[in-house]
Ligand binder design. Structure first.
Ligand code: AHR
Length: 488
């Protein structure tokens, strides 16, 4: 029997914050060097060294914010090494990925790149080897307007205007794999002091606390202390394919549970601390990442297939459904490293995962709508294992928006099932929709293992018009986005 989907365009969850389509660039592998910045490439701007083709792709994704410079990298990064004349910048050992950092790309280059890419910068502070004094200096360098030391250094380096960087996060991950790991208690105590001083220096900045998965004791402990000081609590999760398609596409259900739990933890921390201002989630690292599969590449260069594209679509459905609490999300990462975009000196290609991201970023904006779906549930193997017991996901995964102009209802549907097409019966409450529907589909007849390559983008978007009334068909292992016009 068909799967019933019920939508009422008046039942709004929340506005979709466009910042959920943000990115992340880390000094890791070929993300910065060879990705954003590639002076040797004929495709780079001869003046800046920025890849023009990469900039164009980032603009096509309408990316609002990009986080920088890490990730793990930041925990031993000295930002002062990356400013001033390039020939004087020191080359340093790099402790996160055990390489060397040339410092040829630093804060000013990142700010110039953001301007070209039409994105807002978001800086992650070094709470590993870095001191509060370093952090204050960085904020002053970027945002200072008075005649003080670091603001004057910025002017001396040729940047008279402040960069007005609004988003600053208090460290990255701070866990055992980090330089300067801390207990939750120590982290919260230190971050509290940093937050106080940073806000004294620049009250306009918005601070992001370093969280974990959303269902970790760390999240609870840190929120309890930092609730009065921060505007966002950050979450990081990567889902894994482990060579099993259903494990791959079920993973984002765990992220959704982490978000729901964090929402309650935030409420509890606000109650306990009498915090009136809202605190929301900044999911500033998310993606599909199978470290085993990526081994041997030049730094986590995943080569994604159709199954991964569907997992990314499930991730994005999560952010739409949780739009009331997730206000920022950054795909990790934006170029080459676990990324939807891959470069080499003479060109780039869009991975399979690029296409759902492109469709969401361009069409799934407006108001997130409540949807009820009568899909059968997948109860098989998951990673982590608890997903199958706590929140086993439906085979058909759906989110919906009312477009910004109020003229269309857009429905994003992933059919996770590897073998079965599905028939859907759509019911709109209280409105009529036109029979002509625009459809965007990501699918491939050769199955879930299909990948893209330079000059060979086999998985992409197929666009068509369909005449439908109530019943729709979705192919096995596909992602489909429908745009229905509201009548009257
Ligand atoms: O994005 C890759 C890495 O994953 C980041 O450096 C770190 O924060 C996370 O563990």
């Amino acid at each position: 029997s068909p799967i019933e989907i019920r939508i009422d365009p008046k039942r709004v969850i929340s506005e979709v914050d466009p910042r959920i389509y943000s990115g992340f660039t880390e000094h890791m592998g070929r993300c910065i060097y060879g990705g954003l910045y590639d002076p040797g490439s004929p495709l780079a701007d001869p003046k800046t060294g920025f890849r023009k083709d990469v900039l164009e792709v980032i603009r096509s994704l309408r990316v609002p914010i990009v986080r920088y410079p890490g990730g793990n990298f930041v925990s031993s990064y000295k930002w002062q090494d990356g400013i001033g004349p390039r020939e004087l910048r020191p080359r340093r050992p790099e402790l996160a990925w055990l390489g060397e950092e040339s410092n040829q790309f630093g804060t000013d280059e990142f700010m110039a790149w953001c301007k070209e890419a039409e994105v807002e910068p978001y800086i992650c502070l070094n709470m590993g080897t870095g001191t509060l004094e370093d952090a204050l200096g960085w904020v002053e360098y970027c945002n200072g307007t008075s005649n003080t030391y670091w603001a004057s250094q910025r002017r001396k380096n040729g940047h008279p205007e402040p960069y007005k960087v609004k988003y600053w996060s208090l460290g990255n991950e701070a866990r055992p794999w980090q330089v300067g790991q801390m207990t939750a208690e120590d982290y919260a105590k230190t971050a509290f002091q940093w937050a106080k001083a940073l806000k004294l220096l620049d009250p306009s900045i918005e601070l992001i606390a370093c969280g974990e998965t959303g269902y970790a004791a760390w999240d609870r402990d840190v929120l309890k202390v930092l609730a009065p000081m921060v505007k966002y609590h950050s979450l990081h999760q990567y889902t894994i394919s482990a060579g099993d398609h259903m494990v791959n596409v079920a993973g984002p259900a765990g992220a959704e549970k982490g978000i729901q739990i964090t929402k309650s933890l935030i409420e509890l921390a606000r109650i306990e601390n009498s915090v009136q201002e809202p605190i929301t989630i900044c999911f500033d690292e998310w993606n599909v990442w199978d470290p085993k599969r990526a081994i041997g590449s030049q730094g986590a260069e995943e080569h994604y297939d159709l199954s991964d594209a569907l997992a990314v679509a499930c991730w994005l459905n999560v952010f739409i459904r949780q739009a009331d609490i997730v206000k920022i999300a950054c795909i990790a990462q934006s170029v080459n490293v676990i990324s939807p975009v891959m470069t080499r000196p003479d060109g780039l290609f869009r991975q399979t995962t690029f296409y759902p991201l492109f469709l969401f970023a361009n069409y799934m904006r407006g108001s997130s709508l409540q949807v009820s779906v009568s899909s059968p549930i997948y109860t098989g193997k998951t990673r982590p294992e608890w997903i199958q017991h706590v929140c086993p996901p439906p085979f058909v995964d759906v989110s919906a928006v009312l477009s910004e102009d109020g003229k269309e209802v857009r429905l994003a549907v992933v059919n996770r099932h590897p073998e079965a097409d599905q028939e859907l019966e759509i019911h709109f409450a209280g409105v009529d929709v036109g029979a002509a529907v625009r459809v965007y589909e990501v699918w491939h007849e050769e199955g879930l293992g299909v990948r893209n390559w330079f000059g060979e983008e086999r998985v992409r978007v197929e666009e068509r018009k369909e005449q439908v009334r109530e019943k729709l068909r979705v192919k096995k292992h596909s992602f489909t986005l429908w745009c229905f016009t509201l009548l009257g």
